[in-house]
Design a protein around this ligand. Structure first.
Ligand SMILES: *Cc1c(COP(=O)(O)O)cnc(C)c1O
Length: 255
């Protein structure tokens, strides 16, 4: 089965304009923060959007893409590979242990490692696939309890907010750092919806600093989405995960 990677001229123009706007927002936030523009990488979150949109954004220079659902990402990654379009894939959605084996076949980076039970599963999956996965440990920024300890909370735009509580984050990071096939690269979080995003991302920056005391190379901070990327950049994010601002209104997930 071949998936068409063609977009209409209107869609190509729309994506180009959106990308220019998002890039300008990131650049302005970097300027305001006194940071180099190149210090923030854009991850285009393409969940629920077709592989053709990924290809169109790749043509415009985007190289990193985020997905939330294993099955959908597997199909899209295969389509881009078949077309010879080189992109890097990030798993940003809530991760189920029984999906680890599949995720390890397409993802280069996993942002959503939020509990110890995932670590041996991801490690075994990476080894089995003959790959090394970059892993960020996901922190809960909720005050007064971890979103990850119960059913996942929801964040802006229906994003699922898991995340280890601050006291659990260190042990989780240590486990990732010592697991075969995994490389600990940093921390990730989604801001709680009813909170000041800047204050929440400052808490993440503090968690990142604590982590780097033990793991100096785990420098990545994945924070900020369409609605709060400026606050994330001001708080030190190195990866912003942007969906709707780049791609428009998200179609409902089918299946
Ligand atoms: C969907 C999603 C995003 C992108 O959100 P937008 O509001 O569309 O920019 C970022 N991070 C995670 C974890 C997501 O699930």
């Amino acid at each position: 089965m071949t998936i068409s990677l063609a977009v209409s001229p209107q869609r190509a123009a729309d994506l180009g304009q959106r990308l220019a706007r998002v890039s300008a927002r990131v650049a302005a936030a970097c300027l305001a923060a006194g940071r180099a523009t190149g210090s923030v990488r854009l991850v285009a979150v393409t969940k629920t959007f077709p592989a053709a949109d990924v290809a169109a954004l790749a043509t415009l220079g985007v190289t990193e893409f985020g997905e939330s659902y294993d099955q959908e990402a597997t199909v899209k990654a295969a389509a881009l590979t078949a077309a010879g379009v080189p992109v890097r894939w990030h798993m940003v959605g809530r991760l189920q242990r029984n999906k680890a084996r599949s995720v390890a076949t397409w993802a280069d980076t996993v942002h959503s490692c939020d509990r110890l039970a995932l670590v041996p599963a991801l490690s075994a999956a990476a080894v089995r696939a003959g790959r090394r996965l970059d892993v960020l440990v996901q922190a809960s920024l909720d005050q007064g309890g971890a979103a990850g300890s119960g059913p996942a909370g929801t964040g802006p735009a229906g994003t699922e907010r898991g995340g280890a509580s601050a006291p659990d984050l260190g042990a989780l990071a240590d486990a990732v750092a010592s697991a075969d096939g995994l490389r600990l690269v940093g921390v990730m979080a989604v801001a709680p919806p009813d909170d000041d995003a800047r204050a929440a991302f400052d808490r993440l920056a503090a968690l990142s600093a604590g982590l780097r005391d033990r793991h100096p190379r785990a420098v990545e901070v994945s924070a900020g989405m369409s609605s709060d990327l400026e606050q994330a950049v001001l708080a030190g994010a190195t990866l912003v995960r942007v969906g709707r601002a780049l791609l428009g209104v998200r179609p409902p997930l089918v299946g």
